[in-house]
Design a protein around this ligand. Structure first.
Ligand SMILES: Nc1nc2c(c(=O)[nH]1)N=C([C@H](O)[C@@H](O)CO)CN2
Length: 117
């Protein structure tokens, strides 16, 4: 299956297990890999046949900014669910990075892969 990618999507979010983390936003960095048949859109040149990475990125950003969450695992699961159900994607891999979480580390992250049921 072909793929569509959104890489390095930065979303400012209220995220963390500690109270102080909910006083201001921190950046999350998302890498999204979606299985998609790109051949149909290539033939038709119709955005309706493509997986629209622009509207998908906006929907993911809006979801994350809806409410505070404790764990980046929760963000990953909710983003995967949105992409599978709303965008009719058969399989998605979601990586959520929290670059400011550990001072000595460039990045901390979780990654999940989910399939449509
Ligand atoms: N696997 C995870 N570990 C940790 C998380 C997380 O979301 N997933 N979060 C924290 C804290 O919020 C941390 O980022 C504060 O520095 C710790 N571990």
């Amino acid at each position: 299956m072909d793929k569509v990618f959104v890489e390095g999507l930065v979303v400012d979010a209220y995220i963390g297990v500690y109270d102080w983390e909910h006083e201001s936003t921190q950046p999350l960095v998302l890498d999204l890999t979606m299985a998609w048949d790109n051949a149909k859109a290539a033939r038709s040149e119709d955005l309706a046949d493509a997986l629209d990475y622009d509207s998908l990125s906006k929907a993911v950003t809006a979801l994350i900014q809806q409410r505070p969450r404790a764990l980046i695992e929760t963000v990953a699961e909710e983003v995967a669910e949105l992409i599978l159900t709303h965008f009719k994607v058969p399989q998605v891999t979601v990586k959520v990075g929290k670059p400011q979480a550990v001072k000595a580390a460039r990045q901390t992250a979780v990654e999940i892969t989910r399939k449509a049921s």
